[in-house]
Design a protein. Structure first.
Length: 146
């Protein structure tokens, strides 16, 4: 064979890719655990009737008139809380159209005549931070065999 050629050893490249894949999988596992923790914490806020800052939500007219709890009529909003995770991040939220108005408050209804107070349910509190920190420590220990 005339001309010139070169041979590339793919073993080193493949070992490097294997390391990246393993680390990404480990990060995904951590982010999934963080997502599950934050979903659970957020759902608990519905039962407690408090925001991430620990402040009680203003009681809704429905809960006041019918009994029951604020933001828990059918339970659809609470059960819609979910997470999406990648090896780099986790996002917690709801796909319900009305989720935003309950989180942030604002005008709603026909002609926007009804004012809904903010009742934040999404967020991270000190207890969440402590639990996430403990998860991170365990994650790091598992990565380094400690």
């Amino acid at each position: 064979m005339g001309g010139v050629s070169f041979k590339m050893d793919m073993d080193k490249l493949m070992r490097g890719l294997d390391t990246v894949i393993v680390k990404a999988k480990q990060n995904q596992e951590f982010m999934d655990a963080a997502g599950e923790t934050l979903v659970s914490s957020t759902q608990q806020r519905f039962s407690d009737g408090v925001g991430p800052d620990g402040k009680r939500w203003k009681i809704s007219h429905r809960a006041e008139q019918e009994g029951g709890q604020t933001l828990i009529d059918s339970g659809q909003l609470r059960s819609s809380i979910s997470y999406e995770a990648s090896p780099q991040m986790v996002v917690v939220g709801s796909n319900k159209v009305y989720a935003r108005i309950h989180q942030l408050g604002g005008k709603a209804g026909r002609g926007h005549k009804v004012t809904i107070p903010e009742r934040p349910y999404l967020g991270i509190n000190d207890e969440d931070r402590a639990e996430l920190k403990a998860l991170a420590v365990e994650h790091l220990k598992s990565m380094f065999g400690a």
